[in-house]
Design a binder for this molecule. Structure first.
Ligand SMILES: NC(=O)C[C@H](N)C(=O)O
Length: 334
């Protein structure tokens, strides 16, 4: 009877530092990620059973720097199956923090559900002093089981904050206050209770035109970084390797070096989509035709998406359109 009154939350474990282990309690930074299985992870936080009926599944066991597009698709398909089942109220994904922001955004774009989907990780392994994984996981399950988290898109619970999976990124390694959004957190979780302050305004989940059920494979999209004295070799190499789009990680306004401009114009003529983003640290804001004539060059701007999130959106969008104007619409709306 007590179980019937609690929400049913499934924890999908993928690895990362939240499942990591070090040689001693003093090893907060030196450890091996993806060591501890999901059952042990759940057993390590017995208080979870006060929040929800929790069960776990090990989807993969990897450090998130090694995640592939196939891993992303596999995870997203399993999330969709669970979201469709009547006995699941919320889903938590434990994940390495390196690419957590990419996975969270991918799921935000392709999952057709208003059930809470929470992606969570930790900055320290569970074996370390002041490990942050236990509380982050507790908070994730609390949010996943709460009715007021429904319809808010994929969320990330790190360091007591509830962040939008679309906006959040890892801004720091080592520190536990690593996950920030340029537009601020959506809320806080304290002692298992959520406090909300704002809502995402971009299209996501139920309101998204993308659906994992229609996505068989993801296209090759590469990222090339700009800096002083940059040349065009990375762009050419990506195109040679079959990239359908290249995310240009520009300086400042997503600017393009005069040495690189002719190559990007030529690649666009050859059919490669060129998407300008910025490498500024606290959130880029790239506008069309600002510093570069995007209309003339038929390039796209990533607006506020960082390069790794721009890659995710470009891959998803390219499953549906090859038209640069459509691509730009999608980059404004998601
Ligand atoms: N804190 C972490 O989870 C980092 C680790 N390299 C990972 O992404 O799997």
């Amino acid at each position: 009877q007590e179980a019937a009154s609690k929400p049913n939350v499934v924890i999908l474990a993928t690895g990362g530092t939240i499942a990591g282990a070090g040689a001693s309690a003093a090893n907060s930074a030196t450890y091996t990620a993806a060591k501890v299985g999901v059952d042990q992870l759940i057993a390590g936080v017995p208080e979870l059973s006060q929040l929800a009926n929790v069960r776990g599944e090990q989807v993969m066991q990897i450090a998130s720097e090694s995640i592939t597009n196939e891993n992303l698709l596999q995870l997203a398909r399993r999330v969709a199956e669970l979201a469709d089942s009547n006995d699941v109220d919320g889903i938590v994904i434990t994940h390495g923090t390196d690419t957590l922001e990419e996975t969270a955004y991918f799921l935000d774009l392709v999952e057709k559900t208003d059930k809470p989907i929470i992606v969570v990780g930790s900055m320290r392994p569970g074996t370390a002093m002041s490990a942050d994984g236990m509380l982050n996981l507790y908070n994730a399950v609390a949010v996943a089981g709460s009715k007021d988290a429904r319809g808010k898109g994929v969320l990330v619970t790190m360091n007591d904050e509830i962040q939008s999976g679309r906006d959040v990124s890892k801004t720091m390694n080592i520190k536990t206050e690593a996950f920030k959004s340029p537009w601020g957190a959506l809320g806080m979780v304290v002692e298992g209770k959520s406090y909300w302050f704002r809502l995402p305004s971009k299209r996501h989940t139920m309101n998204s035109e993308f659906d994992i059920k229609n996505i068989k494979t993801l296209p090759n999209v590469g990222i090339a970084y700009s800096y002083g004295n940059v040349d065009d070799s990375a762009y050419k190499a990506l195109a040679k390797d079959g990239a359908k789009a290249i995310i240009h990680v520009g300086t400042g306004n997503g600017s393009v070096s005069s040495r690189v401009v002719p190559t990007l114009q030529a690649l666009r003529k050859d059919g490669v989509q060129i998407i300008r983003s910025s490498h500024v640290n606290n959130g880029g804001f790239v506008l069309r035709n600002a510093e570069q004539p995007d209309d003339k060059n038929d390039w796209v701007v990533a607006h506020d998406l960082n390069p790794q999130k721009a890659r995710i959106l470009a891959m998803v969008a390219l499953t549906q359109t090859q038209d640069s104007k459509e691509l730009q619409r999608i980059f404004w709306e998601y």
